[in-house]
Design a protein around this ligand. Structure first.
Ligand SMILES: [Zn+2]
Length: 141
């Protein structure tokens, strides 16, 4: 997988929800970051790290991107200040389901376990758990 393909996929997701929720434009960048992604409301900037794809494939990358977009939806439409509270999670679950993803457990802000709507395991945090369940890693060029 090329980083440009991930960039296009992320833009596709972001534009889908900009259009659906009539949000102001958002500048999204898929980047080689060691840390987690960012959603900055003032500059309308959002970053998604490449490692989300490397460690969790397109499903985890998609879920991670959606998580960041939900921050903008909650901020723009609902003027929501609750960060990862109940209303945030409700919106996140709704959007993930549109992509066939079900988050089952959380670890702080992010997902500890995800399945698809048929119960197929998609993601586990940590790496040791993923290896144990034979979830594969992905390469980026
Ligand atoms: Zn967050």
């Amino acid at each position: 997988m090329k980083i440009q393909t991930l960039q296009e996929k992320a833009e596709e997701i972001v534009n889908l929800y900009i259009s659906k929720y009539k949000l102001e434009p958002i500048n999204i960048r898929v980047k080689k970051l060691r840390a987690c992604g960012r959603a900055r409301y003032r500059t309308r900037f959002l970053s998604v790290p490449v490692w989300t794809y490397e460690q969790g494939g397109m499903e985890y990358f998609t879920a991670y991107t959606i998580h960041e977009v939900v921050h903008f939806i909650m901020h723009d439409i609902h003027n929501y200040k609750g960060n990862h509270g109940k209303k945030f999670r409700e919106m996140e679950i709704l959007l993930l389901k549109e992509h066939n993803i079900v988050p089952l457990e959380y670890k702080k802000a992010y997902y500890q376990r995800m399945e698809d709507v048929n119960g197929k395991l998609l993601w586990l945090d940590t790496k040791a758990k993923r290896i144990k369940e034979r979830l594969k890693e992905y390469e980026i060029s």
